[in-house]
Design a protein around this ligand. Structure first.
Ligand code: SF4
Ligand code: SF4
Length: 174
């Protein structure tokens, strides 16, 4: 009986080996999909769905849409965002936050996109840059607002832009 089990074991092993080799040989003749990176850097196309670097778009006047509300910071599950702001009083006596620094930690971000979808001003987005490796860990801390940038004031006679929050409210009501 032991001898029979021994012979059966050999055949099972050979069958399993042959199964693996069939897959290997099949792959030898299928079209290759290997990318010659970094040689193909200029022609490489990355999917728009790829999330890599969080950025704050600025327009030609060096203005952004961040109101320093801090919602992205509150919603980030990893504490990867820090919004530093100053509260000022406007001419009509209202309190208003001014963004000093919007900091994002590339090293702890899990790219969940929560900050982007909850931002009521659509002020931040992910680009699809993929080369984010650095030698110095401190370089993973990004300041998203530019040095002398400021909030883009909404024109009074234009209707407010449709934001993610508005869309969500509409979906809830529907
Ligand atoms: S990025 Fe958006 S959510 Fe974050 S502080 Fe600015 S306006 Fe608020
Ligand atoms: S993508 Fe997620 S983890 Fe990264 S900063 Fe935004 S909320 Fe935080």
């Amino acid at each position: 009986m032991k001898f029979f089990n021994y012979i059966e074991g050999i055949f099972t092993a050979l069958r399993s080996l042959a199964g693996g080799m069939i897959v290997t040989w099949k792959e030898l003749f299928t079209p290759k999909v290997t990318m010659q990176y970094p040689e193909n850097r200029k022609t490489l196309t990355i999917s728009n769905r790829w999330r890599s670097e969080l950025i704050m778009p600025h327009d030609e006047n060096n203005e952004h849409a961040c109101t320093a509300c801090g919602i992205c910071m509150m919603n980030c599950p990893n504490g990867s965002i820090e919004v530093l702001s100053t509260t000022i009083e406007t001419e009509d006596g209202k309190k208003k936050k001014i963004l000093n620094k919007h900091l994002w930690n590339y090293g702890s971000c899990t790219f969940c996109n929560l900050c982007v979808i909850t931002c009521p001003s659509d002020a931040i987005i992910f680009n699809n840059e993929f080369e984010g490796a650095v030698f110095d860990k401190s370089k993973l801390l990004h300041r998203l607002n530019r040095e002398d940038s400021k909030l883009r004031e909404r024109k009074k006679d234009t209707a407010p832009a449709t934001t993610n929050t508005t869309i969500k409210k509409e979906n809830k009501e529907a």
